[in-house]
Structure formats: C-alpha cells, structure tokens
Design a protein around this ligand. Sequence first.
Ligand code: ZN
Length: 171
Amino acid sequence: MPERDVLQAANEVYADSFSQGHLPMPPARRLAIVTCMDARLDPARFLGLEPGDAHVIRNAGGQVTEDAIRSLVISHWLLGTQEIVVIAHTDCGMLTFTNDDLHGKLRDEAGADASDVDFLPFPNIEDSVRASLRAARESPLLPDTLEASGWVYDVRTGRLAEVRETADVRG
Ligand code: ZN
C-alpha cells in the first residue's frame, strides 16, 4: 500500500476522536521554534508542546534562512510570538555534504545546473546555531525585544544542550 493510503487511514482514526477544533490561530505560548526537518526530531514531544502552543518552522538544518525569517516575521508581527528557539541536533545530515557534492550529484543524476544554489550545509552544529541567532537578531524585520535562544538536541539521548554565544558574536 502506498504511504498516502496509510496516512489517510491514520487520519481517519485521528479525526474520529478530534476535539481541538476550537483552538485560536495565535500560538498560546507565544513561541516560534526553528528546527531541522530530521525525521528523528519530534519537537512537540521533546518540548512538551500541545497543539496550539507554538509555531514550528522546519527546514534542512534548522537554520534561520531568508525563508525562515519570512515565517518569523509573520509569526511575530501578525500572530504575536515573542520568543524564538533555534534547535539544531547531533548527527545532522547537513554535516555530511558540501555544496560541491550536491551540485555534482544534481549535475550527474538529474542533468541540472544547481551551481548557483547554496544548500547551506555546515561543518559545525553549534556555529550553525550561533549563525541562526545572529541572523534573527540582525534582521531589520524582527525587533530587538524578541527573546532568542539556541540549542542542540542529542538524537541519542533526547536531551537538549544550550548553545552559548561567544563574546565575539554578541551583538
Ligand atoms: Zn538535521
């Protein structure tokens, strides 16, 4: 059976006992979380979030990219979130390739020229989190009053460790 059919069957079970249709659109805990798309990460579970609590913005690497900023701007200015939490994780796929690797793969296997695309791989998890915090802080579209913190989730233990900003990057 294709996955889509399995998903639909699971959804029917879910909807049969669904009781949260009353939730308002703005996140109750005024939180925006930026994290990786990695299949092992279940932010609602490892952060104790309920539906309606937070925006969860996910992409490859959990990075505050231009598109993540787009979502954060909407999250803050239109939906009232006041705190950003960036969560990267150990064993991230973004540590495993370079732009050159992926450009070559796309050229060889898809005949596509992606040489002008930065896929944003990174060699260091904590530095990536610091760069994300810096990007959020330095965006002219987000206010300085937003709380922001950075974390690394350990996929082996399920535990978060805070990423401290070093003095030279403190804004
Ligand atoms: Zn990842």
